[in-house]
Design a protein around this ligand. Structure first.
Ligand code: 13P
Length: 257
């Protein structure tokens, strides 16, 4: 299994607010985050709010070296797709990232591997960095199908985008059974999958940033980030609490030192 010292890859922490927030809540959360924001040199940090709040987040974060992004994207060119948001629109709002293939979208919005691959391409075509989410259900894990499932999800994108496309992409491993449940994959479980993911990308894998997502908290972040193939986190719940968010970013900053 390949792995290399983390120092050679930049770390990344992304807060996925999911369908949470009001203008007032967001303003309070952003103020609290920025009031105590530490100096970070090893970590990039981004927040992905609901589409309607991207501008609000961008206004707050742009004076600092923090980034923002979308939680999903419609893969089509602008046109008659009521209720959807294009990659061009996200670019227009100066998004750096967009999450594609989050398990909640795959399951609840019935997004197929093929659809996720098209989102990935659409994002890159507009200069956005896709954060491609992959992960198995608890059923698939029990049946010994975790790696096969993730391999299939990665292959669907690799086949259309090619290996080189992953030099401007991030992969996030999110075991479905760990998302929003309070149950985290053990660092060993996560590390095994991260090493497997890196192995799917040949040489490009060495520079690929691979995040872990699923009930990451200040209490378990350091242990996860200590693993050589875990380059950061995709946070749900913890990104809605200023002090937890900051503490996890700080763990990423200190990891491997
Ligand atoms: P939690 O951190 O709430 O488990 O959510 C993880 C996730 O889905 C991030 O996108």
């Amino acid at each position: 299994m390949t792995s290399q010292p983390k120092a050679q890859r930049r770390r990344l922490v992304v807060g996925n607010w999911k369908m949470n927030g009001t203008r007032e809540d967001n303003s309070c959360l952003l103020q609290n985050i920025l009031a105590d924001w530490p100096t970070l040199v090893n970590v990039d940090v981004a927040i992905c709010p609901p589409f309607v709040y991207i501008e609000q987040v961008a206004r707050a974060l742009s004076p600092r070296e923090l980034y923002w992004g979308g939680q999903s994207v419609n893969p089509n060119a602008p046109g008659a797709y009521t209720g959807e948001v294009s990659a061009q629109m996200l670019r227009d709002l100066d998004c750096r990232y967009v999450i594609v293939g989050h398990n909640e979208r795959r399951r609840l919005q019935h997004e197929s591997d093929d659809c996720v691959a098209r989102q990935f391409l659409a994002a890159q075509a507009e200069g956005l960095t896709p954060i491609l989410c992959v992960g198995e259900s608890s059923e698939q894990r029990k049946q010994g199908q975790a790696l096969a499932t993730i391999g299939r999800q990665l292959k669907a994108v690799l086949e259309v985008a090619g290996l080189e496309a992953f030099s401007n992409a991030v992969v996030a491993y999110e075991p479905i059974w760990a998302v929003g449940t309070g149950v985290t994959a053990t660092p060993e479980e996560a590390a095994q999958v991260h090493a497997f993911i890196r192995d799917q990308f040949a040489d490009v894998g060495q520079s690929l940033v691979i995040l872990y997502g699923g009930s990451v908290k200040p209490e378990n972040a350091a242990e996860l980030f200590a693993k050589p193939d875990i380059d950061g986190a995709l946070l749900g719940g913890a990104s809605l609490k200023a002090q937890d968010f900051i503490a996890i970013c700080q763990c990423a900053e200190n990891a491997g030192k």
